[in-house]
Ligand binder design. Structure first.
Ligand code: ZN
Length: 258
């Protein structure tokens, strides 16, 4: 079975908005084979039975069979007993263009996540929403009024990758070049003032320069730390989710948003 069939049969609304906003994604889904689930695909499982139990209580709550208080009491017990838990709901084989799902009808987020691995040929570090990756832009394109297309999601992930792979100074320079014109004389053209201007305090600043003095030329001598350049992208997607004007403007200037 091709993955497109799951989209069309179970998620017609999602399919419709993909058709208008990210049509190439459906072309990929049409070329990806869904193969049967095998137990050894569950590589990242950790106490998956805890999640099964939580799902059971969720069903009772949804059906109005228990109160929210009872639900909280029961699920708290499970969290206390198991601590961390996760369950692999899908896998993607990027080179083979195959996916597999634990449930016959995967959740739409699981479906998009696995097809996305193949469509963008990216690993979780740059794609997964859990790591602040391109998946967030993908859902913002579909569910917000943002005009984000395929090429823009790819550009976002490739800048993240470039920063991760050690060229973070080059990426920081690109960020400054693109975003500084928004401020003009208000701040010096350096990475940290660009971050501080949004109200975000990166962990790498040393306070030798007053973080509220964004016109101090000493900022030009401060080398951006790799984790701060990477966190810039996470702050950007968080900012977009809250419709923050600064981050919307930065995204437009960096070519992630129309
Ligand atoms: Zn993944």
């Amino acid at each position: 079975m091709k993955a497109i069939e799951i989209f069309k049969s179970y998620y017609p609304k999602l399919t419709e908005s993909l058709e208008s906003k990210l049509p190439d994604f459906l072309i990929t889904a049409d070329n990806v084979e869904v193969i049967p689930w095998q137990d050894d695909f569950a590589v990242a499982d950790k106490n998956p039975e805890a999640l099964d139990q939580i799902e059971f209580w969720n069903t009772l709550l949804d059906g109005g069979l228990i109160t929210e208080e009872e639900w909280k009491k029961e699920t708290d017990k499970i969290f206390k007993k198991y601590g961390y838990c996760s369950k692999t709901m899908g896998v993607a084989f990027i080179d083979e263009r195959k996916v597999s799902f634990r449930k016959a009808i995967p959740d739409k987020f699981v479906l998009v996540h696995e097809i996305g691995h193949i469509h963008f040929a990216e690993i979780d570090l740059f794609w997964s929403a859990s790591y602040g990756g391109g998946e967030i832009l993908f859902w913002l394109a579909l569910e917000h009024n943002y005009e984000i297309n395929d090429a823009q999601i790819r550009r976002f992930m490739s800048m993240m990758r470039k920063a991760y792979e050690g060229n973070h100074l080059e990426v920081a320079e690109e960020i400054v070049k693109a975003c500084h014109p928004l401020w003009g004389e208000q701040i010096v053209p350096a990475f940290y003032p660009i971050c501080l201007g949004t109200g975000w305090m990166p962990s790498g600043i040393t306070y030798e320069i007053d973080p509220f003095d964004l016109t101090n030329p000493d900022w030009l001598k401060v080398e951006p730390k790799k984790e701060d350049v990477l966190n810039f992208f996470q702050n950007l997607t968080a900012g977009l989710q809250y419709s923050d004007t600064f981050w919307i403007n930065y995204s437009k200037r960096l070519g992630f948003l129309k």
